[in-house]
Design a protein around this ligand. Sequence first.
Ligand code: SAM
Length: 222
Amino acid sequence: MSTKAKSKKVNKAWLHDHINDPYVKLATREGYRARAAYKLKEIDESLGLVKPGQLVVDLGSTPGAWSQYLRRRMSPEGAAVGTLNGTIIALDMLAMEPIEGVTFIQGDFREAELLEQVLGVLAGRKADLVVSDMAPNISGIHSADGARIAHLIELAVDFAQHHLKPEGALVAKLFHGGGYDESVKLFKASFRTVKPFKPKASRDKSAETFLVGMGLKALDTP
Ligand SMILES: C[S@@+](CC[C@H](N)C(=O)[O-])C[C@H]1O[C@@H](n2cnc3c(N)ncnc32)[C@H](O)[C@@H]1O
């Protein structure tokens, strides 16, 4: 079979799975922009991370399903509009359709300039929760992809170390085979409690998984 034919077959299979995916159907029914909302929901329902009144930073937020979930959790009656009890700062290198009450910054998290903008919005405040669903474009070259993923995790952990409250938490997506062991080590060096999490909404076929770090260790503690 030619490469073109193979890729057509893979696309057809993906489309079939996507259309029949219960989380895709649920997301459409509940007004979420992506099925990804249910991954964060499951992590939150298991660990009780999101609470009204918090300051939450959403890294790699586009199209916005995690921000939508956060917004509903931090609103009276789970409303998608109206009063938001808390602060949500979302960022992504791609544009994001506005979500009422969510401050969005467009830029590359690896760039110092973007970090400056985030710090400007934080205005000296520390976050209760940082969530990162950032994923680089996959090139197919295993070592390069692993390094890119690991770099984003390092940046998210570094951001958390400097801008989370001592009892705060970081949720970050990572990939088996993409520097997973090193990322676990880094989380364990940075947080008092570290939990791996593979939500049901994360497709079985996908190598993605999540790490949750809770309670910062002092920066100078090994
Ligand atoms: C899986 S999507 C996030 C989905 C989102 N959590 C949601 O619920 O809609 C991953 C996002 O990470 C973003 N991303 C990847 N690398 C980034 C970087 N260096 N800086 C900012 N955003 C990045 C991508 O642009 C993409 O929108």
